[in-house]
Design a protein around this ligand. Structure first.
Ligand SMILES: Nc1ncnc2c1ncn2[C@@H]1O[C@H](COP(=O)(O)OP(=O)(O)OP(=O)(O)O)[C@@H](O)[C@H]1O
Ligand SMILES: [Mg+2]
Length: 210
């Protein structure tokens, strides 16, 4: 079970992870984008960090929805509305819940991915955050179906996301600014897939710690 307190801890750790990786993500975006992915993500998650103390005691749906609204309102780039939509859709899966179980996490993943697809009209293989999120979702679900616990499932999820990030080096970007580079985008890893991997890794690390 993930309590609303644990969810708040995960989100706090996500904010810190993004801060630590701000320059790295921006550096990746300088290769195939406009050098702002780390800046965008850090702007959004710093605002999320400021908001967290006021969310203590709230249910998981309210927490995720608030994170979504902050990301949507604070981040100008493509990634703000995309991650914002992911959190907003995820919130609908756990409305009013003070604790979430394995099945809820599967629904969160499922809704988040649907949200990103709906908002960005991208699919797996387009060299976006979906190339980390979709394999992670599949790995998590498979792990739970095998009877493994959430720590193991979230470990497998972040591992699959990491493999997804590696795969983005081999493919042509078909969405966002990176798509303007066409074949020249090959050889570079996608910044958004990388931030998704880092967020998923943070979920595993937090669950592993508690
Ligand atoms: N249509 C989309 N669907 C899903 N993810 C996308 C889409 N467009 C861009 N992305 C993700 O957003 C990341 C770039 O985010 P960033 O914060 O740099 O915003 P941006 O500079 O406005 O984006 P972009 O230059 O890609 O339009 C990409 O690496 C990619 O993973
Ligand atoms: Mg950018």
């Amino acid at each position: 079970m993930i309590t609303s307190d644990t969810l708040l801890k995960i989100i706090e750790n996500m904010g810190n992870t993004i801060k630590e990786n701000k320059d790295y993500l921006t550096e990746l975006d300088s290769k195939i984008g406009d050098s702002d992915h780390g800046i965008n993500m850090d702007k959004g998650f710093s605002a999320v960090l400021e908001k967290l103390p006021s969310l203590k005691g709230e249910d998981c749906g309210t927490i995720l929805k608030t994170v979504a609204m902050v990301l949507i309102s604070k981040v100008g780039g493509a990634s703000g509305p995309l991650y914002g939509t992911a959190f907003l859709k995820a919130a609908t899966a756990v409305q009013d819940k003070m604790e979430i179980n394995e099945e809820d996490v599967i629904s969160i993943f499922d809704e988040a991915i649907k949200g990103v697809k709906m908002r960005g009209k991208a699919e797996k293989g387009d060299k976006t955050m979906l190339d980390a999120l979709i394999p992670a979702y599949e790995a998590f679900k498979e792990s739970i179906e095998k009877g493994q616990d959430m720590v193991k499932a979230s470990y497998n999820a972040q591992k699959a996301a990491h493999e997804g990030v590696e795969y983005t080096k081999e493919i042509v970007a078909r969405k966002g600014r990176a798509s303007y580079l066409g074949e020249r985008s090959i050889g570079h890893q996608d910044p958004g897939a990388t931030s998704s991997y880092l967020l998923l890794k943070t979920i595993w690390e937090t669950l592993d710690e508690i």
